[in-house]
Write a protein of this length. Structure first.
Lengths: 206, 215
């Protein structure tokens, strides 16, 4: 599933992740990442169980940000780890080889290291300026994405400032997928926004 | 029989909770405390550093695990079963809003699960979930908890201890002078943070507390 061009929708800290996930999946999202730094463990677990069910129904993947414990407890498809989260090796021991471990990289070096350490995909960005997260470095741009894609054999999910207008460019620059937060969550019609992104991605392939 | 009875006797009656205010030093205070624990007086040690990243928290847990601790001392981490497993800790302590011990025990059956309980409703949930011990507080006035209102007091502690067969640790404003008041109300032991901050006095403090825990 990770090898075809696909769309990852990350939940929005300020919105209910369940209704967002459902809308994104109806629009064709192939991966939902539950990311909610403020939520309690019990709340995260309940959300994760529900999102996993929704993802199963839509044949999509359910990935949990940072919390390996919640991913294990909810039997999610995997985790997404930032550079300040659990190291890949430790997470792999807990999750086994069949669960997915995605890793954020904000440089080619970090991406190469994550591949060496046994990640299953690389979240690479931010590619363009973004308002969704506070960033202390400048956007990487598509040229850096190309460099990373040339060096890596793992699928790359491009993230940061992505819309249906620039999504195709990222796939043609070597990304296997794009990940978005606000482009779907803050759209007037999140399902349609996800659908438009998928159309853009698929067009780039043909 | 869910294992509570067998485990109960193994729990040390004294629980040291890490300061949680040590993010700049990445938990160095806790490591300093651990190397100064008096031999032959076991403690429960709860790593509770909410401001640390998951990576730093795991590093701290691994360093803590490497330290030669007094026999019977148990290392727990707040909430994160994944970190407890990754660092081979003995258990996790679950705040009231954590994922249920019942769910987590399916992932890691051998860990000790403690639950914070601040109300009768939470007691019911913790018992249902198969908690190994309970943490109740604040019993006495403590600066760090004033934002949550008045302390719960000794009477409430006594009511909780009456209502459950699980070991109850009293937390909040504990000093060597008031430990016996908590024990008289049926507490199994006591827990504290700031009481253990002075690492030079740590061994003396623990020895003094133990006098009141085992009269």
């Amino acid at each position: 599933m990770l090898s075809s061009p696909f769309l990852c929708v990350i939940t929005d800290e300020a919105l209910c992740p369940l209704s967002l996930a459902e809308k994104a999946l109806m629009g064709g999202a192939t991966m939902i990442q539950l990311r909610h730094k403020q939520a309690s463990g019990s709340q995260l677990f309940l959300w994760a169980v529900e999102i996993r069910k929704l993802c199963k129904k839509h044949q999509a993947l359910c990935i949990i940000n940072d919390r390996v414990d919640i991913a294990m407890a909810s039997q999610a498809d995997g985790v997404h780890l930032g550079q300040q989260d659990m190291p890949i090796e430790a997470a792999r021991k807990l999750l086994g080889k069949h669960r997915i471990i995605g890793v954020s990289a904000s440089s080619v070096n970090e991406a190469v290291q994550a591949e060496k350490d046994g990640a299953d995909y690389i979240g690479f960005g931010h590619i363009f300026p973004t308002s969704s997260k506070e960033k202390d470095y400048s956007p990487l741009g598509t040229e850096t994405l190309r460099q990373a894609a040339a060096l890596l054999s793992l699928p790359i999910i491009a993230i940061g400032g992505i819309s249906h207008e620039n999504a195709a460019l990222l796939i043609s620059s070597g990304a296997s997928a794009v990940a978005v937060i606000s482009a779907v969550s803050r759209a007037p019609d999140p399902s349609f926004a996800a659908h438009k992104l998928l159309c853009a991605i698929n067009k780039s392939r043909s | 029989m869910n294992g509570n009875q067998t485990k109960k006797s193994h729990l040390p009656p004294l629980c040291l909770i890490s300061s949680g205010e040590d993010s700049a030093d990445k938990g160095k205070l806790l490591l300093n405390q651990l190397v100064r624990l008096p031999q032959s007086l076991p403690c429960m040690v709860q790593i509770r550093e909410k401001k640390l990243s998951t990576k730093d928290l795991l590093m701290l847990a691994l360093k803590a695990r490497e330290i030669q601790l007094p026999a019977g001392t148990l290392l727990l981490v707040n909430e994160r079963v994944d970190l407890a497993l990754a660092a081979s800790l003995d258990g996790v302590h679950l705040p009231e809003n954590a994922c249920s011990a019942k769910v987590l025990r399916t992932l890691a059956p051998k860990l000790i699960y403690g639950c914070s309980v601040h109300s009768p409703a939470a007691l019911h949930i913790a018992e249902e979930a198969g908690a190994d011990y309970l943490l109740f507080g604040p019993v006495f006035d403590t600066p760090s908890k004033r934002i949550y209102g008045a302390p719960q007091g000794l009477e409430k502690l006594g009511e909780l201890c009456q209502a459950t067969s699980l070991p109850v640790f009293a937390l909040g404003g504990i000093t060597p002078e008031n430990v016996s008041l908590c024990m008289a109300k049926g507490a199994y032991g006591i827990a504290a943070l700031s009481l253990f901050r002075d690492t030079d006095r740590l061994a003396d403090t623990i020895e003094e507390l133990y006098l009141h825990l085992n009269p």
